[in-house]
Design a protein around this ligand. Structure first.
Ligand SMILES: Cc1cc2nc3c(=O)[nH]c(=O)nc-3n(C[C@H](O)[C@H](O)[C@H](O)COP(=O)(O)OP(=O)(O)OC[C@H]3O[C@@H](n4cnc5c(N)ncnc54)[C@H](O)[C@@H]3O)c2cc1C
Length: 373
């Protein structure tokens, strides 16, 4: 792996850094799990898109720059180092868009991607069901043929920000005689379609970061099937590898936290905590380098495969470690409204979402280490 950047890549880094320095809001935006915060984040996404920095790797016709993964990682590093807001569009641009780009028809790409890039339409992921989280293949929501389209029925849950989002994407059982991974189809649907009820689930902090979605005979035209009837499982799995391994949580995010942690540790007289902070910073840097190596492999056409489970487990545990150390350094002050406490509460969820770490460890054991089931 050669980490020497070309003049064009250096120029991109300088452009992105300059734009962010001039445009990142001086004060953190309100939480995107509130109506006001969601609207403010949507505005931010719009300005990012106007600078063509919202989705740099997408083709230009959909709002991107046709950039490669190296350029994407450069943008990510600069993005998080600048203190820019979290991405309210992340479910769409990181989870759904790679699938649409791969499986979507030309009409679907033209219809959905440009509005996703500008956050005119923000997407919610509707995969989990009350009895189907880790074991997603046990899902029970159904799709029944109706003329030229389908009728969706059933319930989804834990759908992040579906209360405020515009569209959802999810899997439904379209063949009633099927079992497990077979007979599933991937659908796109507007969250205000007749028959859909979105019910907020309040988090411990009182904010409505989640929703359950009820489908009561919801009509979806055939044009909103993604990737073919009955192909839902393979279409969906195409997104999970990048979600877990790379695009959802790039190292820039953790390096920015690790840098802030070191600054906090420097103010402390506690040598043990200072040493631990240096160790955690080194872990973040190791993840950064591992990601560059992964990008180099992907650029050579080598798939991430089960290695993405290693990355997901590592980044989620790293995030917790960084925040636990910060809370120890902050002492009782952290119990008051504190950016570190907010980060810690969110980090607690990292080992759960995007596939729990227990499930990732099963994958690592079986498919990376070749251990028996
Ligand atoms: C912050 C956050 C955001 C989320 N956003 C979304 C979203 O936008 N859309 C969406 O669809 N879902 C979302 N989820 C849901 C998430 O995907 C599920 O919580 C996750 O897949 C686990 O499913 P579950 O909660 O049903 O737990 P379960 O599957 O019931 O698991 C419970 C426990 O048992 C363990 N376990 C289960 N099976 C095994 C096994 N075979 N071997 C070892 N251990 C096992 C699990 O690891 C876990 O610890 C989100 C979750 C969180 C925390």
């Amino acid at each position: 792996m050669d980490l020497t950047f070309t003049p064009a890549q250096e120029a991109l880094r300088a452009e992105v850094r300059e734009w962010l320095a001039a445009n990142v809001p001086a004060e953190p935006l309100p939480s995107m799990d509130t109506a006001e915060g969601f609207a403010r984040h949507r505005e931010w996404e719009r300005s990012l898109a106007a600078a063509r920095l919202s989705v740099p790797t997408w083709p230009a016709e959909y709002g991107g720059r046709g950039a490669g993964l190296v350029e994407w990682l450069i943008c990510e590093e600069e993005y998080w180092a600048s203190g820019a807001p979290g991405r309210v569009s992340q479910n769409g641009i990181f989870l759904l868009a790679p699938t649409v780009l791969h499986w979507g028809t030309p009409e679907q790409k033209a219809r959905f991607l440009p509005k996703m890039a500008t956050a005119e339409e923000v997407w919610a992921q509707a995969w989990s069901e009350p009895e189907s989280g880790s074991d997603l293949a046990s899902l029970r929501a159904t799709a029944t043929p109706d003329g030229d389209g389908w009728r969706l029925s059933g319930q989804k849950t834990w759908s992040s920000r579906a209360v405020f989002a515009d569209w959802g994407f999810g899997l439904f059982r379209s063949d009633p005689a099927s079992e497990r991974h077979h007979g599933l189809t991937y659908y796109l649907f507007p969250l205000d379609a007749p028959g859909i009820t979105v019910r907020p689930i309040a988090q411990l902090d009182g904010e409505t970061g989640f929703a359950e979605i009820f489908f009561d005979d919801v009509y979806v035209p055939a044009s909103q099937v993604l990737g073919g009837v009955g192909k839902g499982w393979s279409v969906a799995m195409a997104t999970t590898s990048s979600e877990r391994g790379l695009t959802l949580r790039s190292p820039g995010r953790f390096m920015a936290v690790a840098d802030r942690l070191l600054a906090l540790a420097a103010e402390s007289g506690d040598r043990t905590l200072q040493d631990a902070a240096v160790g955690a910073w080194s872990d973040a840097d190791a993840y950064r380098l591992y990601t560059w190596a992964a990008v180099a492999r992907l650029e050579e056409g080598i798939e991430l495969g089960p290695a993405s489970s290693l990355m997901k487990t590592f980044w989620s545990e790293l995030d917790l470690k960084l925040h636990e150390l910060a809370l120890a350094l902050r002492g009782p002050a952290a119990a008051l409204a504190d950016r570190w406490m907010d980060g810690f509460l969110f980090a607690l969820a990292g080992p759960i979402y995007a596939g729990t770490n227990e499930i990732q460890r099963n994958i690592i054991a079986e498919r990376v280490l070749g251990l028996p089931r």
